[in-house]
Design a protein around this ligand. Structure first.
Ligand code: HPA
Ligand code: ZN
Length: 335
């Protein structure tokens, strides 16, 4: 099973680039940029990763970004993730980034997106991993700020496939961003939003995502299982759910393997992802290993979830078909 998981060609649809910042790279960038870190070594930094819910994780996640300053830093961050991903047989990835977490520190939007974009091009050419970029808005900032950042993205629309919504969900419902998401949609961008696990008013938030915002996908979305009506809507609209087991274990103390089994049984388009792999110390393969171990998922079930990721990816049908064929060629050897 381990070899089957390691070698299966896969896609990742829910990974925050800033969440792929490894402690070693953080130290190297701090030194280069003359930034003082509060820890003596990468090991000491990891030892201080003390999170138990979404807000406590976010505090550490935003603090970590201070070492990202110039274009080369964003290039290095992105290239390092794409190299690691390729080594795990990820052949396609959709990458989140949080521009507001950088512009608020005085780093230009252009610096961030140019560094990321150049690394995507280089990784596709050198490593054969294709990727697309999703710009996230921070939901604990204002809708006005989100709007301004969408404006900043105008000259770079060819580099962005969609918009997302992340950060602290408490008292920050999807409808707060209805206007800016409508604008993004009119600009031809795809839409997704985080519906994090066990949040206050989670069912209302999921319902708003689907019916008001009309998202193309939902990030996490585990709590949809509490409502038959929401499950039916998600199925009717063929919305993918990007679930992140190890992340869930950190923020809600559960890998959610039972919930993932339920989604598979209902034929919901559940996919497995790493979210913030450098912080949760698990990339996509480790997420699949842990999940399989706890939930005893079969090779066929793993294949279904990997296939779902290609199916709900923001790609044209021809490209999807090519990836799904690659997946089928792989699984055929095991039959
Ligand atoms: N949820 C909300 N915000 C985030 C996450 C997440 O899983 N990861 C990085 N920012
Ligand atoms: Zn996330």
């Amino acid at each position: 099973m381990q070899t089957f998981i390691e070698n299966i060609p896969k896609a990742e649809l829910h990974v925050h680039l800033e969440g792929t910042l490894e402690p070693e790279l953080s130290f190297a960038l701090a030194k280069k940029n003359h930034i003082e870190l509060a820890y003596d070594s990468p090991e000491a930094l990891v030892a201080a990763y003390d999170f138990h819910d979404l807000p406590s994780f976010l505090t550490i996640y935003y603090a970590g970004m201070s070492v990202l300053v110039d274009e080369a830093d964003f290039y290095q961050l992105t290239y390092a993730y794409l190299s690691k991903a390729r080594s795990q047989e990820i052949i396609y990835a959709e990458l989140f980034f949080d521009p507001q977490a950088h512009t608020t520190r005085g780093v230009d939007f252009e610096t961030v997106i140019t560094g990321i974009h150049k690394a995507q091009l280089a990784a596709e050419q050198n490593l054969g991993i294709k990727s697309q970029l999703i710009m996230c808005f921070l939901r604990d900032m204002s809708a006005e700020s989100a709007k301004q950042h969408l404006e900043m993205a105008q000259p770079y629309l060819d580099w962005i496939i969609g918009v997302g919504l992340d950060s602290d969900e408490r008292n920050n419902p999807p409808i707060k961003f209805a206007d800016v998401f409508a604008k993004a949609k009119s600009m031809g961008l795809k839409l997704t939003m985080h519906c994090d696990v066990n949040q206050l008013n989670t069912q209302t938030h999921i319902e708003q995502c689907i019916n008001t915002i009309e998202v193309d996908r939902i990030d996490h979305g585990i709590n949809s299982l509490e409502s038959e009506e929401l499950c039916e809507l998600i199925k009717d609209k063929k919305l993918g759910l990007t679930v992140c087991p190890v992340s869930n274990r950190f923020v809600v103390q559960s890998l959610t393997s039972n919930e993932i089994h339920k989604m598979l049984k209902k034929e919901m388009l559940v996919t497995i992802n790493s979210d913030d792999p450098a912080y949760f110390r698990a990339y996509l393969n480790e997420n699949l290993f842990e999940l399989q171990k706890e939930g005893q998922f079969s090779e066929a079930q793993i294949t279904t979830m990997v296939g779902n990721a290609f199916k709900v990816a923001w790609l044209d049908d021809e490209t999807k078909k090519g990836y799904l064929q690659q997946l089928e060629n792989y699984t055929r050897q095991y039959q």
